[in-house]
Design a protein around this ligand. Structure first.
Ligand SMILES: [Zn+2]
Length: 240
């Protein structure tokens, strides 16, 4: 059974991605739609994006700065706040200190709904994606119950729902008809990732930009094939 579009749009959303463009690739359309409808959106980026280059001579400090600027620009398009956790890219570990950090964020931001990676996706190669999903799910448990993390001195907070992107099992679709252009625009803010993730080798070549745009549109149309509308797909956890 696959559900489509949450009946009640969440007022506060916290989207947590391992890298500066993960949330944009997998859930930006949904976030944009909700932001337009009045949701307050915060995007948290777990790592510094410092492995996001195929150039062996890359200035890593500069890359980290650039990726933060790009992520901020993408977030600004939907008036989302952005928070950087600054763990080293590729080295995000599933450990109690990191779970505590994310639980603290959840208690501070008090989201009704959390969006993040599905840690149970089979054959998911990137360890940061797996670990990010696992950290966030454990953090939700620690954030929601009053006897966890008393040392934080922040009142516990129980989100209503979690949406996992790149899901092992799809059971929820969010339609993104009206916001696909905005999603492309947000992704194109990540100029430092043109070569590695968007197959754009020349940003002045409009054909390459159009090819990427078509790819995002096709991806959304195939995700929503069942309902014959462009969509983003998720695993919905709604009993937290
Ligand atoms: Zn990533």
């Amino acid at each position: 059974m696959i559900s489509t579009d949450l009946k009640d749009i969440p007022k506060k959303v916290l989207a947590i991605g391992a890298h500066p463009d993960d949330v944009e690739f997998n859930s930006y359309g949904t976030l944009a739609k909700w932001a337009i409808a009045g949701s307050e959106i915060t995007i948290a980026v777990m790592t510094d994006g410092s492995k996001g280059s195929w150039d062996p001579t890359e200035d890593i400090e500069n890359l980290i700065k650039t990726r933060k600027i790009e992520a901020r620009q993408a977030a600004e398009l939907i008036n989302a706040d952005i928070y950087f956790c600054d763990y080293v890219d590729g080295e995000l570990e599933f450990k109690s200190e990191t779970v505590k950090k994310v639980a603290e964020l959840i208690r501070q931001f008090k989201p009704e709904l959390i969006v993040t990676h599905d840690p149970f996706k089979k054959y998911r190669l990137h360890p940061d994606h797996r670990n990010c999903g696992q950290i966030v799910l454990d953090a939700v448990v620690a954030a929601r119950d009053p006897h966890f993390l008393k040392e934080l001195n922040i009142k516990h907070h129980r989100p209503d729902k979690i949406l996992l992107f790149e899901p092992e099992e799809i059971d929820h679709l969010e339609t993104v008809d009206e916001v696909l252009d905005l999603k492309v625009k947000a992704l194109l803010k990540h100029k430092s990732q043109y070569v590695t993730t968007m197959d754009i080798t020349d940003s002045s070549d409009s054909n390459q930009i159009r090819r990427f745009e078509n790819w995002i549109f096709q991806f959304a149309h195939s995700a929503g094939e069942l309902i014959e509308r462009p969509a983003e797909c998720f695993k919905l956890i709604d009993k937290i």
